[in-house]
Design a protein around this ligand. Sequence first.
Ligand code: GAR
Length: 218
Amino acid sequence: MDKSFNYLISPETIKLRGFSPKLKIAILASGEGSNFQELIDLSKSNKFDIDIRILITNKSDAGCISRAKKSNISYKIIKKSDNENNDCFEEEIINTIKNYDVELIVMAGWMKIMSSRFVNVFRSKIINIHPSLLPSFKGNNAIKEAIKHDSKITGCSVHFVEPEVDSGDLIMQAALPILDQDNLETISKKIHFLEHKILPLSISQAGFIVRNSFKGND
Ligand code: GAR
C-alpha cells in the first residue's frame, strides 16, 4: 500500500507515554487482529509499556488467536453460543477480565454489542476503535456506509465505551479523503494503517487517565 496518502490525526499527540509498571490491558477482538498485532509488536520491541494480559475472542476461527499463540499471550475463546444466554456470556467475559487484573479493556475489532450492565462494570475503563469518523456511520458496516453515502472524507475513531453503541467520549480520530479511484479495499487498508497509529496513542492517553483517576480516588 502506498503510505503517502493525505491524512490528519487529531489531537496531534506524537509520543506514547511511559508506564511504570507497565499498563495492564485486555484485548477483546473478533477478527483478523491486525490492531492487536500492532500492540504486540510495540510491546515486544519495548516501544510501548503495555502488558497484554489476555486476548478474549468470541470467534473460534478468528485470526487474532494465532497471533496470541505465536506471541505466548494468554487467550480465551468465549462464544455466546456456548452459553445459556447473553447474561451468562457476558458474565464469563467479566470474570475472565477480573481474573487477569487489567487496568484497561481495549476493543480492537470486537464485533459484539455489549449490554449496559457489562459497560457499567468497567465504566471508563473500556475503549473501542471504530472505522469511521464518529458520530457518523456507527455499527458494523461503517466503511461500506461511508462509501455508499458518497462521503468525501472518512477515517477512524477511538472512544471510551458507553452503553449506547459507538458513542462515548472521543480520544483520538484520524481523517482521510475518499478519492475517485478508491474502493472498499483501498479505503479499508488506509483506515487500518491509520488505526495502527491512533490505537496505541489512544491506549496511552486512556491509560494515563485511568491511572490518574485511580490515584485521585485513593
Ligand atoms: C477495525 O477496522 C476496527 O475499526 C473494526 O474492525 C476492524 C478490525 O481489524 N471495528 C469495528 O468495526 C467495530 N464496530 P483487525 O481485526 O485487523 O484489528
